[in-house]
Design a protein around this ligand. Sequence first.
Ligand SMILES: Cc1cc2nc3c(=O)[nH]c(=O)nc-3n(C[C@H](O)[C@H](O)[C@H](O)COP(=O)(O)OP(=O)(O)OC[C@H]3O[C@@H](n4cnc5c(N)ncnc54)[C@H](O)[C@@H]3O)c2cc1C
Ligand code: SF4
Length: 329
Amino acid sequence: MRPFQFHSPQSASEAVSQHKQNKKTHYLGGGTNLLDLMKEDVERPDHIVEVADLPFKEIQKNASGGLSLGAMVSNTHTANNPLVKENYPLLSMAILAAATEQIRNMATNGGNLLQRTRCPYFYETSMPCNKREPGTGCGALNGINSKHAIFGWSESCVATHPSDMSVALAALDATVTVQNQEGKTRTIPFSEFHRLPGDQPEKDTNLNTGELITAIDLPKSAYPKHYYYLKVRERSSYAFALVSAAVGLQIENNTITKAGLALGKVAHKPWKLDKVEKFLIGKKATKETFEAAADLALQDAKPLDQNEYKIELAKKTLVRALLQATSRS
Ligand SMILES: Cc1cc2nc3c(=O)[nH]c(=O)nc-3n(C[C@H](O)[C@H](O)[C@H](O)COP(=O)(O)OP(=O)(O)OC[C@H]3O[C@@H](n4cnc5c(N)ncnc54)[C@H](O)[C@@H]3O)c2cc1C
Ligand code: SF4
């Protein structure tokens, strides 16, 4: 690991102004991703500003009747919080599908959103990778790309976003609050938080330099009865998804009145299914409806050489998640 300066501020304004002091500054949450990347020489910050102990460690009701999750609350606390379990069980389920208990104990909510892709070329510094080193090319585009994107990719990058929690947050229409280097705050809808690669795959999000995530807000209680997070992976634990589906349904008299849906590991960002959500409203909650919804969800998918299987897998994952959500009450 290379040498770096280290600060451990006590307030958000101190943190953002310390970030300004050096161009190659990184905030440090739980460190479960950043430190690994530093050890692999993928990330090379000169300056670390530790934020894990800043006072954004509460989960509390927000002004709109929903819930505000402090950015520095651990994934474990978030998943097990009674208000989250009761009102947003989909989020709890998605978080608990990720990593291991030890990692979730360390991982913060803010850091989870900003964890970087698991594309193997990104980790291997001897290989070309536009995300790690802009302008060097994309090793995966014509290389080993069986786990890569089927939506929204560009010739510059075909990577997928790895976070499970973020797939549920997309389905739940969360927002992210950040503080900038001038001390101002802004709120970003979750669908605009992560970005597609375009010709700047080194940028994972629409955050500006030095913006600190302080909270994630959830709208008023969503899908407490009919929900499911289905994560399909090569092993049943300690593995990232091949494909995942986060599903929330509101059902009255077997008719769907509201839906929140997103797929994971199919694109550079959590893939929100707006069109499918609208399609489901007013339909009966049946297998036939869900199969039609899955066809619609995947109709614009563009597979790479080695990942055509993901289209069928994603359809089946979505149908099964919808059936599981329906049978819950
Ligand atoms: C073996 C292993 C298995 C895993 N499996 C899964 C899995 O199955 N599913 C899954 O979703 N995840 C998985 N993870 C990833 C894990 O969930 C993330 O590493 C973790 O959530 C990152 O949170 P952190 O607080 O440790 O972030 P850090 O590593 O501290 O930071 C990550 C990034 O976020 C930035 N950052 C942190 N906090 C803030 C903030 N408040 N504002 C602005 N920037 C910030 C940092 O600068 C850094 O760039 C796994 C990790 C490991 C090591
Ligand atoms: S897919 Fe993206 S992360 Fe992977 S090698 Fe290509 S540019 Fe790098």
